[in-house]
Structure formats: C-alpha cells, structure tokens
Design a protein around this ligand. Structure first.
Ligand code: PLP
Length: 413
C-alpha cells in the first residue's frame, strides 16, 4: 500500500499587526493610564523601566491608605477586630494569589510572602532544596538569566559542601541563535541524579518566553522545577494549570504592588514539604494589602489585554530598531510582528548602540524624557562593560512614546 503523503507542519499563526492591535485597544487603555497618578502627573516623562519595578494605580494607593487608616495591626497575633481584620487580609491574599495564578489544586499548595523575587528564590534554595539533595545529586540552573536565579543555587551548593554533601550544578543549556533553552541538550544532560531544575518564565533582558513546558518535557515528570516568574506575573496571563512547575516565584512590586512585596507559590507535590524556616516575624501587611489590590486591579483591567498592548508596543519599537543600522537588538531578533516562531518577545526590548555606551545613551534618553535601564541588567555572567539599554513596558505606556523614542534614536544614528 502506498504511504500516505504526510501533511506539512502547520505554520505558526500570523502575528497581529501591532498598530492595528493598538488602535483596537486604545479606548480600553486610555482610562487605565489615567489611573496612575505618577504617570498622569508627569506628562513630559515616559517611564520605560517597568521590568525593574512598575508604577502603582490609584486603586492600589487607596487600598494601602484604607488599610492603614482603618485596621492596621499585626497579623496572626491579637484577637481584637483590627488584628482579626489584618489576619483575614493576609490569609485572604494567599488565596487570592492562588486564584490569580489559576492554581488547579489550591488545597495542597501554599503561598509564602516575601520582599520580592530575589528573597523568594533564596528561600526555596535555603529552606527547601538542601532537604531534597543527597551526596552526588545534580541540579540544573540557568547561567544567563537574572542573578537572583543563579546565586541562591550556588549558595545552596556551597552550604551543602560545607556539610560534606557534594552536589553538581549544571547549566540549563541554551540554543545558540535564539537564546531559548535547548530542550534536546537538556534531555541529554538530565540523568538519574538530576533532582531539580530552576528556570525563568520570561527573560528580563530579551523579553522572550522561555518555553518552560519544553523544560518539563525534557526532564520528565518527576523532577521538581522552580520557575522565576518575576517578568510574567502581572504582565501577561500566567496559569499554573498549564505550567507543570513546583515553585512559582514572583515580585509583587513588578505587578503594580508596593516595593518590598513578592511571593512564592509552592505546589507541595514533589519533594519535601515547603516550610520556610525560622520565626517569620511581622509580615509586610501594608504591602500584602497592596498586592491584593494590585491583583484585583489587574484582573479587572484584563491581563490578557495588557499583554497584547505591551507586546504590540514592543513590536513597534523592535521593528523600528531593525531599520536603524546603528543599533543591535539583543536576544531574538524578530518581534512578534515579524513572526518569530521560536520565541515571542513580550514587553521588553533591549538594545545597544554601536557607537554610544549604554550609560551615555541612558543619560541622553533621559534628557529627552525617557527613563530606561542602562547597565548589565543584573544578568548573570555579564558585566557593566557589556551594557545595553532596556525598554520595558506596562499598560500605561503609549504608541506616542514609542514613536518619539524612535525619532530620538534615529537622530542619534
Ligand atoms: N528574576 C527576574 C527575572 C527579574 O527580572 C528580577 C528583577 O529584576 C528578579 C528576579 C529579582 O526580583 P526582585 O527585585 O523582586 O527581587
């Protein structure tokens, strides 16, 4: 019998035209932008550093004010009404985090509040990982992502070594061209002693979705994965139901909550129970109130639309830079608009000018009202010498800002 002709592989869906996206969403975005007092109060400035920390909407400021002026007390201690209200606020916020992340099994999981993603990752490394590991075990971690997702794992290795437990730290392999993790190399590398993998959801320099589902496929169903979601939570829809990970760590302050906020979500299925050690002390209750309000605000605003908006803005910028030979865009070269099938760039665009250093470019851009990040971006393995300029966006940014930025960049060629 003649073999049936095989169907050609499906081509990736055509990416939306970013300017059409922005036109479609403009009436939705305008009132949301107006709800950020710091943005509305500084019309000559464009805040383009939301990957470092995001601005706060009035609703978040109001929630903090309401909490501090009606029921501020400590949590989990007293039994008078303000203390009870604060305990309820903190416990309610844990449930809210689970719901916001689409936790498929909230009865078994736990949420631990931290000061940010760095403390969250360090808590997993310090208070959970050592219990998992025995002499001769291996862990796989990223060497080119945020330093916060490398240093704690190396510290855990050193701590274990001091106790006579030797573990091997391997690099989560990366594809040469795209910067994406390399699932084939990872599958070859993972063996019977591979006990743990740390990965990043969205890269903080390249803006790329790191395809963490492929990491799971490569290591199989039994290895715990800790996901650094600092650049995805609050920026794009994140659903734990579609992410077979064991820890998800994020920054509240990058998701519109106050500075000094963040959380670790722990599934609690593979490995020892997650029991962050030590006496916890007084939690950041005002910060937790802000996080609860921020998650409400994001849900009402629609995180899916926020991602469409910022992705379209980033596509306009990436496509504009592609036509300016003085600049090199780091990471995947193609924007969503140009049809990247490998990695999709979210709300972050990082670039370098061939003749102007990143610090100088940062100063020049600020003289035109643009606040960008210009250094090594805390990327593991990089130094300030490798500096570049990062533009990172949130719902309050606009097409006009991208066009004006491109005009200034064009004039600097
Ligand atoms: N991980 C990534 C990917 C980040 O971008 C950042 C901050 O920029 C961190 C971790 C550290 O987050 P935090 O500032 O909340 O400690």
């Amino acid at each position: 019998m003649a073999a049936r002709p095989t169907a050609p592989p499906p081509s990736p869906p055509a990416p939306p035209d970013p300017r059409a996206e922005l036109r479609e969403l403009a009436a939705w975005q305008r009132p949301l932008r107006a709800g950020f007092p710091i943005v509305a109060g500084h019309p000559g400035l464009a805040y383009l550093d939301s990957a470092a920390t995001a601005q706060k909407p009035q609703a978040v400021l109001d929630a903090v004010h309401a909490y501090l002026t009606t029921s501020n007390a400590n949590s989990g201690r007293g039994s008078y009404p303000w203390a009870n209200a604060t305990t309820a606020l903190v416990e309610g916020a844990r449930e809210q985090v689970k719901e916001f992340l689409g936790d498929p099994d909230p009865e078994r999981s736990s949420v631990h509040f931290t000061s940010g993603a760095s403390e969250g990752l360090r808590t997993v490394a310090r208070d959970w990982l050592p219990e998992l590991l025995a002499d001769g075990d291996e862990i796989v971690v990223p060497f080119g992502d945020h330093r916060a997702n490398l240093d704690p794992w190396l510290e855990a290795r050193d701590l274990l070594a001091a106790r006579g437990v030797r573990i091997t730290v391997r690099e989560l392999p990366r594809q040469a061209g795209s910067g994406d993790y390399d699932p084939a190399a990872l599958a070859g590398l993972a063996g019977p002693r591979t006990r743990f993998v740390a990965a990043t959801h969205v890269h903080h320099v390249y803006g790329a979705d790191m395809n963490v589902h492929r990491v799971r496929e490569a290591v199989g169903p039994h290895v715990p994965i800790c996901l650094d979601a600092a650049q995805s939570v609050g920026h794009q829809p994140v659903s734990l139901a579609g992410l077979d990970v064991d820890f998800l760590v994020f920054s509240g302050h990058k998701a519109l909550a106050l500075p000094g906020t963040g959380a670790v979500w722990a599934r609690g299925a593979r490995g020892p129970a997650f029991r962050p050690g030590g006496w916890p002390g007084t939690p950041n209750t005002a910060g937790i109130a802000s996080l609860a309000a921020a998650l409400d605000w994001l849900r009402a605003a629609d995180v899916g639309r926020i991602a469409r908006w910022t992705t379209a803005l980033a596509a306009v910028l990436t496509d504009g830079l592609a036509g300016l030979p003085a600049y090199e865009v780091l990471g995947c070269r193609t924007s969503l608009a140009a049809g990247s099938a490998v990695q999709r760039r979210g709300s972050i665009v990082t670039f370098r000018h061939h003749g102007i250093g990143s610090q100088d470019l940062g100063f020049i851009l600020y003289s035109h009202g643009f606040m960008v990040r210009s250094d090594d971006h805390c990327q593991a393995g990089r130094s300030v010498r490798d500096g570049s300029v990062r533009v990172s966006l949130h719902v309050y940014n606009t097409l006009e800002e991208m066009e004006e930025l491109l005009t200034v960049l064009t004039n600097l060629q």
